[in-house]
Ligand binder design. Structure first.
Ligand code: MN
Length: 201
């Protein structure tokens, strides 16, 4: 069985004016698709073809880990952005953010600093830890918080290919735009309540 490219959850021009169709065509159509193709080449003929991306993230090393994690991270990134995203979260996620960071603005500052301050390629994450506390962190290259027992709620890709076409070298402007206009709080709320329900079960 081969790994497949998950379709984008919206049209290529859905994030205009914040992310251009050209960026999506490159980022989804070339980079993300490339990771799927490379993982399939790398696992061909081995038992890893039968595993899930999560299993490979937990157990694989080297290229198999890198390609599997990059596929998972990109699936999660597209779901973390929305044409109707940004603004102020509501519901349980808003209460949990205020509990962990003091205020929504303080969360936004912490998340922005993690994303802008990540040296080189990587990802910024909002996660819930095993005790149910929300936290912000960044990871390098393909690394993913689920390897550390954390549950991701949102991510922003800070590899240069995510912003170079639209924002050139201005990662800060790209990150601020994601926070102000694109973060999919409904996705975060769904992930958080799913995590809570699983823990209660
Ligand atoms: Mn990317």
């Amino acid at each position: 069985m081969a790994f497949k490219l998950t379709p984008l959850p919206y049209a290529e021009d859905a994030l205009v004016p914040h992310v251009s169709p050209e960026t999506i065509q490159l980022h989804f159509g070339k980079h993300h698709r490339g990771y799927v193709d490379k993982l399939n080449e790398t696992v061909k003929g081995s038992v890893d073809t039968e595993k899930s991306l999560e299993e490979l993230i937990h157990t694989a090393g080297g290229d198999r880990f890198n390609f599997a994690a990059q596929i998972w991270n990109h699936d999660f990134y597209w779901a973390s952005l929305s044409p109707s995203g940004g603004g102020t979260p509501e519901g349980e996620i808003a209460r949990a953010l205020k509990g962990a960071f003091g205020s929504i603005d303080a969360f936004k500052r912490a998340f922005g600093e993690a994303a802008i301050g990540q040296f080189g390629s990587g990802w910024a994450w909002l996660v819930v830890n095993q005790r149910g506390t929300l936290d912000v962190l960044s990871t390098s290259d393909a690394d993913n918080p689920i390897r550390r027992g954390l549950t991701p709620l949102l991510t922003v890709d800070v590899w240069e290919h995510a912003y170079y076409v639209d924002y050139r070298n201005e990662r800060n402007r790209y990150v601020e735009t994601c926070i102000d206009h694109l973060l999919n709080w409904q996705h975060a709320e769904r992930r958080f309540t799913e995590w809570r329900d699983l823990r209660a079960a």
